[in-house]
Every structure is written in structure tokens, then in C-alpha cells.
Design a protein around this ligand. Structure first.
Ligand SMILES: Cc1cc2nc3c(=O)[nH]c(=O)nc-3n(C[C@H](O)[C@H](O)[C@H](O)COP(=O)(O)OP(=O)(O)OC[C@H]3O[C@@H](n4cnc5c(N)ncnc54)[C@H](O)[C@@H]3O)c2cc1C
Length: 460
């Protein structure tokens, strides 16, 4: 098929939003994403204003044979919101969220961030389960699965989808739900950004009218091996209202920590309980009693405040590389490997994060959605974080090696939203879903217009 030349001027005339090219003042800011490792130069960035703009932009890119990168929140670790030489469809001006409290439905535009979703839902005493850093895009997070503090009680973000509006590779807009394009509805819940631009997500929401019981208990790194064993055992019997993530990191100057511990390597058990607060105190007491904590600041907390608590730790602008592994169970050997790796972290901003999953996430059968990690009890992610480009090889090397060392006992699948490496990554990140995803891709994006992602090649 022959392609027409791409004309950014013509696209600018055709859309209500703005088009930025390398000649424009705002271009460099617009191609900057969360991970400072990413430095890509698209042919143009179209900051869309509405659904029609998205259709126009996708058609222009398809006619010119340009790859399309889709920017939701710009948080992806692999920088999948930008590409070299292609067209970025940037939804950052489409962040609207509306709530219908009577039927517990929340509708978010494709560029909304978690903070937009959380604020709007909480004004009505509702929540949609999402991630744990408030600037993360709803779009990328949900399309890859999406878990956070409330996923053990309410499921993945993707599990709470009721319908989506999608612009496919031919530039057509249509609604996808269980009754309309059920193959796409399956694929969009875990298959990432392979199938088109989602302009609107509709979620079912859950009630949360009070504070959550939330905060950290901090231990010395020297106690980490034994505390993590007890943490694992606590998690095995924990109710789904409760979620605890463990982070091996360098202690920031937290106000409740004695100054002599600031800058020390520590283990933080970050806890969240949704439900009756007195019952939460009772449930979390055994965990908070483990070992010899050097600090504890678990307290009733407004949900939106809890959602923003880690924002500074993972703020935009640092260089980052991650490697994640999923486990059906954490055995002692894995815990010992994690603790040993924590002793080799390359910078004070680096960490190893253990996410507790399970609960409601596993109420959905494997295969019911494209998300391939049902039955995962814990996800472990070594994250290198640094500032100086001269440290790139050392820090990326550490994260990759850490991932390799943690592979024993793991599922062999990486979480699409935590995976920076895209070369031939589809089997690794989509696991058993990959063949069916390829069939859906063939039906809905045979030209692979959407290939700036963990790409699923169209079948055949
Ligand atoms: C600090 C930090 C904290 C995180 N915490 C969590 C967490 O708690 N839980 C969790 O599950 N994940 C978490 N993540 C991972 C996060 O889910 C992914 O980075 C996700 O890709 C972010 O979505 P985004 O819209 O910001 O991404 P972007 O970088 O904008 O886009 C990523 C990919 O998503 C697709 N995409 C984006 N917008 C659209 C759209 N409108 N339509 C179709 N496709 C689209 C595109 O294919 C793009 O390639 C975190 C990431 C960071 C950096």
C-alpha cells in the first residue's frame, strides 16, 4: 500500500487541538515523559481536544504509514507514550471525569490521571481501584490491568470496566462492552495499547465514604529477612480489605522517624485497610507488632491523601529502569535473594517493591480477560532510579541482573505496565493470552498502526 506524505500543517487545520512539530517552542516539553531515560523525537505531537480530533489524527497517521504513539499519563517506564519519527496522539488535554452516583458509574476521558478519577469519585463517596501514584494515567494503567491499595477488595481497574469508547486503526470511533465487540472487550482488559485509542473509560465504582487506615511501619534492613517471612505469613491469611506492600529502600527524612535513621537502608511495610477503622486496627495489629519497628505512622487517612502519599518518592524527572517478577508464593529463598539484592541497590533512590495481590483480583478466572497474572500473590519489582546519565549502564545493568536473579520460582511473565523492554516482549508480558490477542489484532488493527507498545503482531 502506498502512503501519502504526512502534512502536520494540514492536520493542524483539521483538528480543534494543537499540533507541535520540532519547530515549535512547546515541542520539547510535550515529548518529555515521566522516565527521564526517554528522549524520542516524534514527527509531530497532536494534542487532541475531543474524539473527533483523535479520529482525524489516527486517519492522518494511517494514510502516511506513520506509527502512532498514544499518550495518556506519560508514565510508562518504557516511554511508550512517545516514539521516534511517528505521530503522538496526546490526550493530556482530555482529563474530564464525571460520576453518576445513583448507579455508581464513573466515566473518565482517555487522558485522565488517577488524581482526576479519585477526586471526582471521592466527592460522591465512591472509588475506582487504580494505582498508588496519583499522576499515573488511568488509560495505560487500566489497559494493562491496574492494581493498587484497593484491588484486593475491588479487583483490578480493568476488572471494573463496563465499557470503553475506542478509535481503531482506521480512525473509526465505537463503543466496546461485553455485548459489543466482546473480543475487543476481552483484549482491552490486559492487552495494553495495542488496539486503538481509548477516548473514554466507564467504570463501576465502589462505596468508600470514610478514611482508610493507611501508612508505613519501618524496620531496619538487618531485620528484613525475618520481617519479610512474617509479612508473607500475615498476607496468607489477611482479609481482602487489607493490602500491604513491602519496600526495601533508603529511608527518606520522614517526620516520624528519628533523624539517625534518615538515609539508612530500611524495609517499609505500607499498609492500607478499607472498612471499619476499629476492625482495621485489629487486623493490622499483628503485622505492626512484627519484629522491632523503628517507626510507625499508620493512621486514618482520607483516600485521596493516601493515593498521593508516594507521589514525591516517584516524582517525574529521574532516570528509571525496572524488572518485575510474579510469584504464586514467596518462598524463603526468594526472600533471601530480595534482601541480598537490596544490599546492592545502585543509588539511594532505588528500591525493591513487593506488591501484595490476590483477593478480589483472583475472583476473575484466568482467561476471562487478557490480563495474564491471575493467581499471583506477590509481584516483586527491583527499580533502579538515578540522575546522572553516566550511571545509565551501571543502573540499568543492576535492574536487569536483579530481574534475572529473581526469576527462580517466578511465573516467567512480566507485568506489561512494569516492563521497560519491548523487543519481542509479547509472549513474556501477555503469557497465555498472546495467541488470542493476535487474532483480535488481526481483526481490528491488521496494519499494526498501533505498534508503539508491547506489540502483538496481527495473526497470520
Ligand atoms: C510512579 C509510577 C507508579 C506506578 N504505580 C502503579 C500501580 O500502583 N499499579 C499499576 O498497576 N501500575 C503502576 N504503574 C505502571 C503504570 O500502570 C504504567 O506506567 C502505565 O503505562 C501508565 O499509564 P499512562 O497512561 O500514564 O502511560 P503512557 O506512558 O501515557 O502510555 C503507556 C501506554 O499505554 C497506552 N495508552 C495510553 N493512553 C492510552 C489511551 N488513551 N488509549 C489507548 N492506549 C493508551 C499506549 O499504548 C502507551 O503505549 C506505575 C508507574 C509509575 C511510573
Amino acid at each position: 500500500m502506498s502512503h501519502q506524505q504526512f502534512d502536520p500543517g494540514a492536520l493542524a487545520c483539521a483538528v480543534a487541538g494543537t499540533v507541535l512539530t520540532p519547530a515549535d517552542a512547546g515541542y520539547d516539553a510535550a515529548r518529555t515523559v515521566w522516565n527521564a531515560m526517554i528522549d524520542r523525537r516524534p514527527a509531530a505531537i497532536v494534542r487532541v481536544r475531543d474524539d473527533r480530533d483523535v479520529c482525524t489524527a489516527v486517519r492522518a497517521a494511517a494514510r502516511a504509514g506513520l506509527p502512532v504513539a498514544i499518550r495518556g499519563g506519560g508514565h510508562n517506564i518504557g516511554g511508550l507514550a512517545v516514539c521516534d519519527g511517528g505521530l503522538v496522539v496526546d490526550l493530556s488535554a482530555m482529563r474530564g471525569v464525571s460520576v453518576d452516583a445513583a448507579v455508581r458509574r464513573v466515566e473518565a476521558q482517555g487522558g485522565a490521571q488517577l488524581r482526576d478519577l479519585d477526586a471526582a469519585a471521592q466527592r460522591e463517596g465512591l472509588i475506582v481501584p487504580g494505582g498508588v501514584v496519583s499522576s499515573t494515567g488511568v488509560a495505560g494503567l487500566t489497559l494493562g490491568g491496574g492494581f493498587g491499595w484497593l484491588s484486593r477488595s475491588c479487583g483490578l481497574a480493568a476488572d471494573n470496566l463496563v465499557s470503553l469508547d475506542l478509535v481503531d486503526g482506521s480512525g473509526h470511533l465505537f463503543t466496546v462492552d461485553a455485548g459489543h465487540h466482546p473480543d475487543l472487550f476481552w483484549a482491552l482488559r490486559g492487552g495494553g495499547g495495542n488496539f486503538g485509542v481509548v477516548t473514554r473509560f466507564r467504570f463501576c465504582a465502589h462505596p468508600l465514604a470514610s478514611d482508610v487506615l493507611f501508612g508505613p511501619t519501618v524496620h531496619r534492613m538487618g531485620d528484613a529477612a525475618s520481617v519479610l517471612r512474617e509479612y508473607r505469613d500475615f498476607c496468607a491469611d489477611a482479609p481482602r480489605e487489607c493490602c500491604v506492600w513491602a519496600d526495601l529502600c533508603t529511608a527518606p527524612p520522614l517526620p516520624f522517624l528519628a533523624p539517625e535513621h534518615h538515609g539508612e537502608r530500611v524495609l517499609i511495610l505500607m499498609q492500607c485497610y478499607r472498612g471499619d477503622l476499629a476492625e482495621g486496627e485489629r487486623v493490622l495489629a499483628p503485622l505492626r507488632g512484627i519484629g522491632r519497628p523503628i517507626g510507625d505512622a499508620v493512621a486514618p487517612t482520607p483516600f485521596c491523601e493516601a493515593q498521593a502519599r508516594l507521589d514525591d518518592t516517584y516524582a517525574h524527572g529521574a532516570r528509571n529502569h525496572w524488572a518485575s517478577q510474579s510469584y504464586a508464593a514467596l518462598d524463603d529463598d526468594t526472600i533471601d535473594r530480595v534482601v541480598a539484592l537490596a544490599g546492592t541497590m545502585p543509588t539511594d533512590e532505588s528500591d525493591i517493591l513487593i506488591c501484595q495481590l490476590g483477593g478480589a483480583i483472583d475472583d476473575v478466572a484466568p482467561g476471562e480477560t487478557a490480563y495474564p497474572h491471575r493467581g499471583t500473590a506477590f509481584m516483586v519489582t527491583p527499580g533502579a532510579r538515578w540522575r546522572d546519565p553516566d550511571d545509565d549502564a551501571r543502573c540499568v545493568g543492576w535492574a536487569r541482573e536483579a530481574g534475572r536473579r529473581l526469576a527462580a520460582g517466578a511465573s516467567g511473565r512480566a507485568y506489561v505496565n512494569f516492563e521497560p523492554e519491548t523487543a519481542a516482549s509479547a509472549p513474556r508480558v501477555f503469557g497465555a493470552s498472546v495467541d488470542r490477542l493476535r487474532q483480535v489484532k488481526r481483526r481490528h488493527d491488521p496494519g499494526n498502526v498501533f505498534r508503539v507498545n508491547h506489540n502483538v503482531a496481527p495473526a497470520g
